[in-house]
Write a protein of this length. Structure first.
Length: 380
């Protein structure tokens, strides 16, 4: 089975420096270096499409542009790339969300994937008018996904739940194909929701031993529900012709971290209610020292960015080996990003993907007539 790779659309802005933000922290000033215009994001999307990425993740929150609107516009400048749209249950009704997804599928030729983000920070949720606590938000997510999935199957839905209630809900036209649902969360209740409702469980880039534990946990919960779940991982990448060049780039990014910004971001993230964010913070402890927490796995990004905070750093061969290591654990999908996103897409697409293709682990999903990514490029 070919591995699946997704890229990232930086709807919070892009730069040759790390653009912070997420989990209640604002995007940093570097995000203004390359504003997230439709023209620039479309340039990234087209590059990802040509290189063989299946989809592109967009974030959600007050720190970035709206994912639904942005991807709808960018989709008109691409042909095959799918969009992994992050959205939060509770901000719109489940019936409207199911209708929006159905419309997106028809207007893009079936290029929607959904990344369900329950919302880990109560103070940010309250800014949107949502005053439920974290566990209640997860229970609402379960009700939301139950309604949406039934609507997608063409059913007429009646539900009076703890948080959501619909009567005689039905879609005039169901989506074809039905969008796959992606979801992440490290708390016990998050595992329960994943086991019952999602297609792909996403984890942030923790060391392999911790990722193996998560996979076993969710796989066991899904088995009790009579279901199977695929697994994906969210990582940044810095890959170059040599390890020395890659680590030089990582250290250059680290040198650009203003100490006051690091202190402020870490203080904000320390208040996070997210178990996944807590696990990310524990990987570096707010320190610039000892950031390589596993061979080629660097925790430096998490010093200034909420959410995914680790990067695969190394030569193309080394990064390919780390991907194989995660794949051996059960990871089938990789959601990647790098600064800046346009250039890093090419570094990975032209450097790592050919090596995986040569080993039979990846093939270009769009089967181009001539596939430069299927050949390992010459490097000096």
């Amino acid at each position: 089975m070919s591995l699946t790779f997704h890229w990232f659309l930086p709807t919070n802005g892009d730069s040759r420096h790390v653009v912070g933000g997420g989990h209640g922290t604002p995007a940093t000033a570097f995000g203004r270096n390359r504003p997230p215009t439709v023209a620039y994001l479309s340039q990234i999307a087209r590059a990802a499409e040509d290189l063989g990425f299946v989809g592109a993740l967009t974030p959600t929150g007050a720190w970035c542009e709206d994912a639904w609107l942005t991807t709808a516009m960018v989709s008109q400048h691409t042909e095959r790339l799918k969009f992994l749209v992050a959205f939060r249950p509770g901000f719109v009704s489940p019936t409207l969300a199911a209708q929006m997804a159905s419309t997106f599928q028809r207007q893009t030729g079936g290029r929607l994937l959904l990344n369900v983000v329950t919302g880990g920070e109560s103070h940010e949720q309250r800014a949107y008018g949502d005053f439920l606590d974290k566990d209640a938000r997860y229970r609402r997510t379960g009700e939301f996904l139950q309604i949406v999935r039934d609507l997608w199957e063409g059913k007429t839905v009646e539900l009076s739940g703890e948080h959501l209630q619909v009567e005689d809900a039905r879609l005039a036209r169901v989506p074809d194909p039905v969008p796959e649902v992606y979801f992440g969360g490290s708390s016990p209740i998050a595992g329960e929701i994943a086991a019952r409702h999602v297609d792909v469980y996403l984890t942030w880039g923790e060391p392999p031993a911790q990722v193996a534990e998560k996979i076993a946990w969710v796989r066991g919960l899904a088995a009790k529900e009579g279901r199977t779940v695929r697994f994906g991982i969210r990582l940044h990448v810095i890959t170059r012709d040599t390890a020395e060049q890659a680590w030089t780039e990582a250290h250059k990014l680290l040198d650009g971290f203003d100490p006051d910004t690091v202190k402020s971001v870490q203080a904000g993230l320390a208040r996070s209610e997210s178990e996944g964010q807590r696990r990310m913070l524990a990987l570096h402890g707010g320190s610039r020292e000892d950031l390589e927490i596993h061979p080629n796995l660097w925790a430096g990004i998490g010093l200034v960015r909420g959410g995914a905070g680790t990067a695969l750093v190394g030569s193309h061969d080394e990064v390919a080996e780390r991907i194989k290591e995660y794949h051996a654990l059960g990871i089938e999908e990789f959601v990647l990003s790098g600064y800046p996103h346009l250039e890093e897409a090419y570094w990975f697409g032209e450097g790592v993907l050919p090596r995986l293709a040569a080993q039979g682990l990846w093939q270009h999903p769009f089967a181009p007539t001539s596939a430069p990514a299927a050949q390992v490029p010459f490097t000096s």
